[in-house]
Structures are given as C-alpha cells and as structure tokens.
Design a protein around this ligand. Structure first.
Ligand code: SAH
Length: 449
C-alpha cells in the first residue's frame, strides 16, 4: 500500500473514463488529475487504498509535447471541462482509445483501431448550458459546479459556449442582483432561483431561456424580458417549477412567460421544435455527422420498418424516414414525444409514428401486436439498455441494430449481450461531441448472424 502524503515518481500510462491520468506505482493504480499520458511526474499521494490511490502532481519531470497552457482561466476549478491541459490531438486519441478498450475488454472484441470523428472546433460548440446559481455576501452569481461538489465556480466567459449564451446568463444575473431575487440555497431549501438554463439553436440562432425556480413566479418579469430582448436571437422565456429537494435540475411543470415556449433548429436538413424538457444533442455539427454515420450504417431500404428506441424529438427517426418504408420512434418524456409528432408534421413526413413509454416495455408491446422491425436504432442514456430492451431486440430479430451510445462501457456490455443473442459487431466508430470534456459518443452496428 502506498503511503499518504509521501511523494513518488511515476509515469502516466493511461486515462480513466473521467479523464484523469493513471500511473502504476508498486503495483498500485494511482489516479492523477491534470496529467498527460507519457509524462514522468512527482506525485503526492492524497488517498491510499489497498489496490488504488489518488494523488496530485507536485512536479512534472518530463513534460508531454501534448501538454498545453490552459486557455480557460477557471479550468482547474470548474467541473465542466477536463482537458484544457492537453492539445486536441491527444484528447481525440484518448477518446478513440477508450472506445476501443471498452469494446475489447468488456465487449469481447479484438479491434486494432477505432476511428473517431474529431471535432473541427473546441470553441463555442455547446448549444445548451445549465448554470447553477449561488450567493455570497448578498451578491448572487452563476457558473458551474466545481468537480464533485455543489460549489459554484463563477465564470464570465465559458469558451465552449457561444457568446450569446453567456450574455443571457449575465443579463439574468444583472436583473437578479438589481431586484434582489434570491439564489436558491440547497442546504436550507430556501431562495428562488436555482438554475439558468439556456438553449440556442446552432442554425436558427433562436434562444430559449428557462429559469428553474423554487416557486411559481418571478418578480419584475417585464424588466427581465426587456433585458433579454436586447440579445440577438432571444425567442422565449419559460419558468421551470422545481420546489423539490435533490439534484434534478428541471421540475415537472413549465410556465411560458414570453414567446412560444420552445425554439426551432435545423438538423440534417429538417426543421425541429425543441421544448425545454426535450433532449437535443449539444454539439450540432458533430451530432449531424453522428446521425449521418447512423443512417449510412443502417443500410435502410424503402421496404424497411425502422424502430428508433430512445428517440427524443425524433431527430434520427425523421432523418431516416425518407429512406425507409416506415419509421417508429419510442421515447419516455411526453414533451419530447409531442415535439416528435410536431416535427414529423412540420417536415411533411407521413410515414412516422411515435410512442411514449419505456423503450423496452413499448418495444415488447409493439412486437406482441405483430409490428415487424427490419432495422432497430437505439440511443439510450448512459446506463445503456435494460433487460426488456435486449429481450425485445431478440424477439424482433432485426437485420441490423445501430447502437448510438454516450457511454462506451455500457455499450460494450450490451454488445456482449447481443453477441450472445446471435449478433456480430460490424462497424465501430467514436465521435467527439464534447471537446475538452471527458465524455465520448460512439456508434456501432450489430448484424444478425
Ligand atoms: N436519439 C435522440 C435522443 C437520444 S438521448 C437524439 O439523438 O436526439 C436518449 C433519450 O432517451 C432521451 O430523449 C431520454 O429522454 C430518453 N429515455 C431515457 N430513458 C428512457 C426509457 N427508459 N425509455 C425510452 N426513452 C428513454
């Protein structure tokens, strides 16, 4: 066991899924933040267990050529990004490697390389921000949580967001401080404003502002709207009522204070309506490339019925509708399903149907009713597919399963389960939708043997 507070020399050999460096000292895995693979460092042990330890770099003895000076002034504190200390080439490489490692280790594959769709820019790409609000000495401020805490790190200009998004946040905070709107205090469960949620259509430029409040109204609404109207693209202001304790950002009820309560954006040549509660990929350019890969891997024909499980507002479903005979989307959030129906209509798509419910349960029901699926697309949240969904896939026995994933570990686990049910892996591709952050998307196709 390593000794706490002692300093050791180590070489960084790898990264964790959260983006920390990994070194091995005396047979013990040591997790070291802000490290770059290949570097030789002196590390102080801060936590020591039997088989693992956590440490901090005290000196870099041999620096990686991929190390960079952090452009973001709060990068070391803010829990939003993980990789400002390395160049993008290294970030891209480590993400592709992570997907490959997961598929090999947990998916039983033997892939020599996984390609990655690298992002053309690390700046201003995020079309959505959720700023938690806090107060100190009578002044309210907003920013992002410090890693692993609920301490808000203030940041005037977040480099991965478009400028307009930060302008919205600053305008809201000026209003908050002028009219003494209270910041929510989660320990006391008191105060009004919890989060400022901003979504901006990358193509449309339309901006939705959603204030998450521990209450049902805000003071001086017209003052706030007047200020927001000065920001180009401001379209709609919505309140999300969240009076519950806990970590969920959005509440269940939404009250529209200005505009239609949703924004529109264009993706894959289609027009989409997006309500605050609906999922929409945060990186427009990269999402489009990911969906193009999904469409090409699906190899759909006009005779095919395509089932899109976890379909959100129907982005992938509708992007595939033109090539298919029929498309069916399943999604658990009612507002997203309403958006999806509206999106089919606004694009004149008549061969699409949507169902609201748990993907696995709904898929089993559809199968029981005699629905056939030639191709199934799944795009689940991080926890991956549940047992019902795997069972439904088995019963549908589609020719192809296109699996879009935001967690390569659960993807690889599910790949192994589908292999046990007679499928083989065809394509595997990583896609970087979150430059500077440790998350990585991936897409694989499984074909029926
Ligand atoms: N394919 C869509 C959405 C992917 S995100 C797109 O690319 O835009 C995953 C979606 O799964 C979210 O919309 C989420 O609301 C939904 N979801 C989460 N759990 C679900 C479940 N058990 N059943 C169905 N949908 C679910």
């Amino acid at each position: 066991m390593l000794i706490k507070n002692q300093i050791y020399e180590a070489v960084i050999t790898d990264y964790t899924s959260e983006g920390q460096g990994v070194a091995h000292i005396e047979g013990c895995a040591v997790f070291i933040p802000n490290a770059v693979a290949g570097e030789k460092v002196k590390v102080r042990i801060e936590k020591a267990a039997k088989t693992w330890a956590a440490g901090k770099i005290v000196e870099i003895l041999e620096k990686s050529p991929h190390r960079t000076i952090r452009e973001c002034p709060v990068a070391k504190l803010c829990g939003g990004c993980d990789f400002w200390h390395m160049d993008y080439a290294e970030e891209s490489r480590l993400k592709a490697e992570r997907v490959r490692n997961c598929l090999n280790r947990l998916g039983g594959e033997n892939l020599e390389k996984v390609e990655i769709l690298s992002a053309p820019t690390c700046y201003g790409y995020r079309n959505k921000a959720q700023y938690p609000v806090a107060a100190k000495k009578g002044r309210a401020y907003a920013g992002f949580f410090k890693a692993g805490t609920h301490e808000v790190v203030e940041n005037n200009r977040c480099l991965i967001l478009p400028e307009e998004t930060d302008r919205v946040k600053n305008a809201v905070m000026d209003y908050v401080n002028q009219f003494r709107v209270t910041a929510y205090d989660e320990v006391e469960h008191k105060g009004l404003l919890r989060h400022i949620y901003v979504r901006r259509g990358a193509v449309s430029g339309q901006i939705l502002v959603c204030l998450v409040v521990n209450g049902r109204s805000i003071p001086k609404v017209h003052e706030l709207i007047g200020r927001l109207k000065k920001i180009p693209g401001f379209t709609t202001l919505v309140l999300s009522v969240n009076t519950k304790k806990g970590n969920a950002v959005l509440g269940d009820e939404f009250i529209t204070l200005h505009g239609p309560g949703f924004i529109e954006d264009t993706l894959c040549g289609l027009n989409f309506r997006l309500s605050p509660r609906s999922f929409y990929q945060v990186n427009h350019h990269q999402a489009q490339r990911l969906y193009e890969a999904a469409i090409s891997q699906a190899e759909i024909t006009k005779e095919d019925t395509v089932l899109d499980l976890y379909c959100g507002v129907g982005t992938i479903t509708l992007a595939m509708a033109g090539a298919a005979g029929k498309v069916i989307g399943v999604e658990v959030i009612p507002q997203a399903v309403e958006d999806a129906w509206d999106n089919a209509k606004r694009n004149g798509i008549e061969n699409a149907e949507f169902f609201c419910g748990d993907a696995g349960q709904a898929a089993l029901d559809l199968e029981e009713k005699g629905v056939k699926a030639d191709v199934v697309v799944v795009d689940p949240p991080r926890k991956g597919l549940n047992a019902d969904t795997i069972e439904a896939l088995y019963r549908f026995a589609p020719r192809r399963i296109v699996y879009v994933s935001c967690d390569p570990a659960t993807l690889a686990r599910d790949v192994a389960l589908l292999k046990a049910r007679g499928y083989t892996l065809k394509n595997a591709l990583a896609a970087d939708l979150f430059p500077r952050c440790s998350h990585v998307e991936s897409i694989v196709t499984m074909i029926r043997a």
